[in-house]
Design a protein around this ligand. Structure first.
Ligand SMILES: *[C@@H]1O[C@H](CO)[C@@H](O)[C@H](O)[C@H]1NC(C)=O
Ligand SMILES: *[C@@H]1O[C@H](CO)[C@@H](O)[C@H](O)[C@H]1NC(C)=O
Ligand SMILES: *[C@@H]1O[C@H](CO)[C@@H](O)[C@H](O)[C@H]1NC(C)=O
Ligand SMILES: *[C@@H]1O[C@H](CO)[C@@H](O)[C@H](O)[C@H]1NC(C)=O
Ligand SMILES: *[C@@H]1O[C@H](CO)[C@@H](O)[C@H](O)[C@H]1NC(C)=O
Ligand SMILES: *[C@@H]1O[C@H](CO)[C@@H](O)[C@H](O)[C@H]1NC(C)=O
Length: 412
């Protein structure tokens, strides 16, 4: 059972209904998380969110600033956040804030570096949760001990300092119903030598769950075109084994993170690449070749949420990212409204990564993405391993709940 049944609600003491907000999900239930990106709120208004299919929604992002006492909603249309929380609660959905993100992690390292700053930042986050009446906070530090966007403060002790902060923050919310989670890379956080931690059990004590970002495993930076969000990679050629849901969950588990506190991050988007027809098709057939070479000099423009150029959080001008969300693939004519490949588009499903590919021979663009079939495979994996649930980045990238319904349909 994914969401709480009416019977569970009936068994709640009546007093619960007098509280201003009572989350719908019991502690042991699977969690169905959607990330709501404030900067897409014009295209994806709160009224279009499928509130009844999630039990947690996370607003992205509150970003770190040079001032340990300030979080910023600039760039995330902060004016939407109060109504987001109101709508979530009206639907019995927990409302969380995600702090950090790719562009917003610049100052975690300095905020966590001294005891004074850790206390100050804990108060900053607590005040933010109180101000917006939030039920939880997700720390999305990309990444402790490893450079992310390019201009983050990075320190060898980041991971140890992060743990010290989380321990202090957990103690500070003691007695309050606040959920604390972390969005993580495929491998456990790095130790002072840059190696993945072999023991993350102390993190497991202070986090309610981690959400593993099993996406961007391959992208325009990869040597060959490969799956954005592979479920498995041990069946791929060894040269292309860059990680997968299976290896990530295994690594965190081996380091002591419980499966029942592990959430699989799943993407609504994929990456596009220029691939010549001779590379795209295998052996003079019209079957798509696995791991084809692609043009390194130019990345195609993605969907309506991509730009030909943009300025990143470090002030560096970046070319198009080439990302396509499912809703964009439908709007852009790659898929029909039922999510099936449109006429004239070549399709293949890689049975190792359990992810699909599309190819347009005219534009010579190939896309690795996720569809109902790959989401169902990910859902079965969550169910079989007994993971806590999934987190969909981003809820607004889905189309008619094709992805959301597919992954939820696999849960008992
Ligand atoms: C947000 O942007 C406004 C307008 O550019 C600016 O005045 C303000 O300082 C910014 N806030 C933060 C916390 O960065
Ligand atoms: C503590 O935070 C402030 C910014 O609020 C920063 O200037 C200072 O360098 C930080 N301390 C350490 C040890 O990083
Ligand atoms: C890491 O922490 C240790 C122990 O507190 C300290 O001696 C060392 O200087 C720190 N390293 C850095 C790079 O801050
Ligand atoms: C292409 O042909 C070779 C040799 O017959 C075979 O090993 C390979 O699997 C084929 N590739 C595809 C994608 O079918
Ligand atoms: C793309 O450009 C628009 C308008 O210039 C801007 O509002 C938006 O934030 C940009 N998107 C990205 C992903 O940079
Ligand atoms: C894909 O793999 C699954 C699981 O191993 C298997 O049941 C299925 O037959 C495979 N499909 C193809 C087309 O090879």
């Amino acid at each position: 059972m994914l969401l709480t049944s009416p019977l569970f609600l009936l068994s709640l003491p009546l007093a619960a209904f007098a509280l201003p907000f009572q989350p719908r999900a019991a502690e042991s239930d699977k969690i169905a998380i959607g990330f709501y990106t404030g900067w897409h709120s014009d295209d994806v208004p709160l009224t279009s969110v499928s509130w009844d299919k999630y039990n947690t929604m996370i607003y992205a992002f509150a970003t770190t600033t040079p001032d340990v006492q300030t979080l910023s909603l600039n760039g995330s249309d902060g004016s939407v956040l109060p109504e987001f929380v109101k709508q979530a609660h009206a639907h019995g959905v927990s409302a969380h804030i995600s702090v950090g993100g790719w562009s917003g992690s610049k100052y975690f390292s300095s905020h966590f570096q001294s005891a004074e700053n850790r206390t100050a930042f804990a108060n900053t986050v607590l005040d933010f949760l109180n101000e917006y009446n939030l039920d939880g906070v997700d720390f999305d530090w990309e990444y402790p001990g490893v450079q992310g966007v390019g201009c983050n403060v990075v320190n060898a002790n980041d991971t140890a300092n992060f743990l010290a902060f989380l321990q202090e923050f957990r103690a500070a919310v003691s007695g309050k119903k606040i959920t604390i989670s972390a969005t993580t890379p495929l491998l456990p956080f790095r130790d002072a030598n840059g190696q993945p931690l072999t023991d993350v059990s102390e993190f497991a004590k202070v986090l309610d769950f981690i959400s593993i970002m099993n996406y961007d495993v391959n992208g325009p930076w990869s040597p060959r075109l490969g799956p954005n969000a592979p479920l498995q990679d041990s069946c791929a050629d060894t040269a292309y084994q860059f990680g997968s849901a299976a290896t990530a969950v295994k690594a965190w588990r081996a380091a002591g993170f419980p499966l029942k506190k592990t959430v699989l991050g799943v993407p609504s988007y994929g990456h596009s690449y220029y691939v010549t027809p001779s590379d795209a098709f295998a052996n003079n057939t019209k079957d798509l070749a696995p791991y084809p070479p692609f043009s390194k000099s130019k990345t195609p423009l993605g969907d309506g949420w991509d730009n030909t150029t943009s300025v990143d959080a470090c002030g560096v001008t970046q070319p198009s990212g080439g990302t396509w969300n499912l809703r964009g693939l439908v709007a852009g004519g790659w898929l029909s409204a039922d999510g099936k490949p449109a006429q004239g588009i070549y399709y293949s499903y890689d049975n190792c990564s359990r992810t699909p590919y599309l190819y347009n021979e005219n534009s010579q663009v190939m896309i690795s993405y996720d569809n109902a079939e790959s989401y169902a495979a990910k859902g079965r994996f969550i169910e079989e391993l007994g993971l806590r649930g999934f987190s969909l980045w981003e809820s607004g990238g889905d189309y008619n709940d094709i992805l959301l319904s597919a992954i939820k349909g696999t849960f008992n």
